[in-house]
Design a protein around this ligand. Structure first.
Ligand SMILES: [Cu+2]
Length: 109
């Protein structure tokens, strides 16, 4: 059998650092997306905490990990997405539609 769609296997077997499940019991940390800027651009949380991205712009945005290990998907105006981070590390990310929009998630143990 010939593998023709290797990209489908991207990330298989790798570390899953984020999951799109809301945390239970803890208050999520919010990153606002406003005027094509992530606010705050750099955010530090502890492992197991959840970040919620909220888009306040009319333009759609995403928060997409540089390594594409996690992704909010498209956020329309006033839409939000939560991602929980279980693995300590530094995770630069960007907006898939506007790659000049960048931010960093720092997860401490
Ligand atoms: Cu954007």
């Amino acid at each position: 059998m010939r593998l023709t769609r290797r990209q489908v296997c991207f990330g298989a077997g790798g570390a899953i650092v984020g999951s799109a499940l809301p945390a239970s019991g803890s208050t999520p940390v919010v990153v606002d997306i406003r005027s094509f800027v992530f606010e705050p651009a750099e955010i530090t949380i502890r492992a197991g905490e959840t970040i919620v991205w909220i888009n306040h712009d009319f333009a759609p945005h995403t928060a997409t990990d540089d390594e594409v290990n996690w992704d909010t998907g498209e956020l329309e105006k006033d839409a939000q997405a939560a991602i929980r981070f279980d693995t300590p590390g530094t995770y630069p990310y960007f907006c898939a539609y506007h790659p000049h929009m960048t931010g960093t998630v720092i997860v401490t143990a």
